[in-house]
Design a protein around this ligand. Structure first.
Ligand code: S3P
Length: 446
């Protein structure tokens, strides 16, 4: 496990001048994980550029190596994978350690679930608390068998993949791209059609990338906000070239920082604008945020934009529950924006936040309260009463959660007194270079 509790890295953010300049955040975590996994399931050489070289993704790369793929770093963000083909994974010599990464662990559970091998999955103390039954349940229907698991369906889990995977129709109990992706990746090895029915559409990077690698995926509307995704199993996957766009979930931090720091004027380059990822932009614009799209283009099959973001007077808003999947990772930093806004922001339907890298609902409330902001939980809703400014002066417990750490540091850039986090080490899981990037646009974080 990469982080010993003894080696905490505290960090403090202070108010300084306006933020200014241009920045490009690292590659998208979801796409980076998927590119490595699909590359490993394809015979031939897949070449990736712009890969996020954060700990979560590196752990996925190590798992692909342990399962028999040849994974080589050929340059800055450039990786080459010689894959083993659908159903071709070799039994790993030891446990696969996914560190802090729920996505890596769950997607690889799915990929292994369709192969006739047995593998043990493990992670750090945060990942060991997170639910895995949501993945194991559909995998059992496909024919995989959990040989052992910790209490409550937690890691470490030993999974015996299916010898003869069965194509299924599955309706996940929660809107989750991770569940959908695990089922589709297992379904790759099954004969016939594997279908996932979503009542609320979640990010569709797996579907897009499967198509990019040559699989046949059909997408139909389902209800008001949902989709029915059908994959034809046992495809001939072709090695692909993948260019990873900048991660909108990482861009969220400098973006909110610029909005809440008066006089700021920042350009964020090449941010992916997949509509299933842009809930935060929609919400912030409805709060009065000056976020201008200055250029758009297509990068590696995804729409991207350069955003010009200026310091803005924000007002409270109501965020509907059906928007949650398109901004599920952005609520902590939206809560910071809401605390700096005027009026009440109600964020509805946030049950899933309780099972992220931390109980993010509780961690977000504590982060704001310890810094003098007014916040409460009502059922699954988070309600922040913004006063136009935040007092600060508190130390935030990050609970091994990168997004709580970055959100708290962003808050410190605009609060009256500095904000300290107890441990900034986990920022490296998703956003290596965060502090340097923020400093390059004028932030005082040390
Ligand atoms: C992800 C899906 C989301 C998100 C996570 C990345 C993915 O999780 O929170 O950071 O890459 O599929 P859920 O789909 O479980 O909500």
């Amino acid at each position: 496990m990469s982080h010993a509790a003894a080696s905490l890295t505290p960090m403090t953010a202070r108010r300084a001048g306006p933020l200014q300049g241009r920045a490009r955040v690292p590659g998208d975590k979801s796409i980076s994980n998927r590119a490595l996994i699909l590359g490993a399931m394809t015979v031939g050489e897949t070449r990736i550029s712009g890969l996020l070289e954060g700990e979560d993704v590196i752990n996925t790369a190590k798992a692909m190596r342990a399962l028999g793929a040849t994974v080589t770093r050929t340059g800055d963000g450039r990786w080459s994978i010689a894959g083993v083909g659908v159903g071709g994974f070799a039994e790993p010599a030891g446990p696969l350690d996914f560190g802090n990464s729920g996505t890596g662990c769950r997607l690889v559970l799915g990929a292994v679930g369709g192969c006739p091998i047995t593998a043990t999955f493990d992670g750090d103390a945060s990942l060991r608390k997170r639910p895995m039954k949501r993945i194991l349940d559909p995998l059992e229907r496909i024919g995989a068998k959990p040989v052992s698991m910790a209490e409550g369906g937690r890691l470490p889990v030993t999974l015996a993949g299916a010898r003869d995977p069965i194509p299924i129709v599955y309706e996940p109990p929660v809107a989750s791209a991770q569940i959908k992706s695990a089922v589709l990746l297992a379904g790759l090895a099954a004969p016939g059609e594997t279908t996932v029915i979503e009542n609320e559409a979640s990010r569709d990077h797996t579907e897009r990338m499967l198509t990019h690698f040559g699989a046949s995926v059909r997408i139909e509307p389902h209800g008001a906000h949902g989709r029915r995704v059908t994959l034809t199993g046992q495809p001939e996957l072709n090695p692909a070239v993948v260019a990873v766009p900048a991660d909108p979930s990482s861009a969220a931090f400098p973006l909110v920082a610029a909005l809440i720091t008066p006089g700021s004027d920042v350009i964020l380059e090449g941010v992916m604008t997949n509509p299933l990822r842009t809930g935060l932009i929609t919400t912030l614009r409805s709060m009065g945020a000056a976020i201008e799209t200055v250029a758009t283009r297509n990068e590696g099959g995804e729409e991207v934009a350069d955003f010009r973001v200026r310091g803005s007077e924000l007002s409270g808003t109501d965020v509907p529950p059906e928007r949650a999947p398109s901004m599920i990772d952005e609520y902590p930093v939206l809560a910071v924006a809401a605390a700096c806004a005027s009026g009440v922001t109600r964020m509805r339907g946030l049950k899933e936040l309780r099972v992220k890298e931390s109980d993010r609902l509780a961690a977000t409330v504590d982060m704001l309260r310890v810094n003098g902001a007014e916040v409460e939980i009502d059922g699954d809703d988070l309600i922040v009463t913004g006063k136009g400014r935040v007092a600060g002066g508190g130390t935030v417990a990050t609970h091994m959660d990168h997004r709580i750490a970055m959100s708290a540091l962003v808050m410190g850039l605009a609060s009256d007194k500095p904000v300290r986090v107890d441990d900034a080490a986990f920022i490296a899981t998703s956003f290596p270079g965060f502090v340097e990037l923020m400093r390059s646009i004028g932030a005082d974080i040390a």
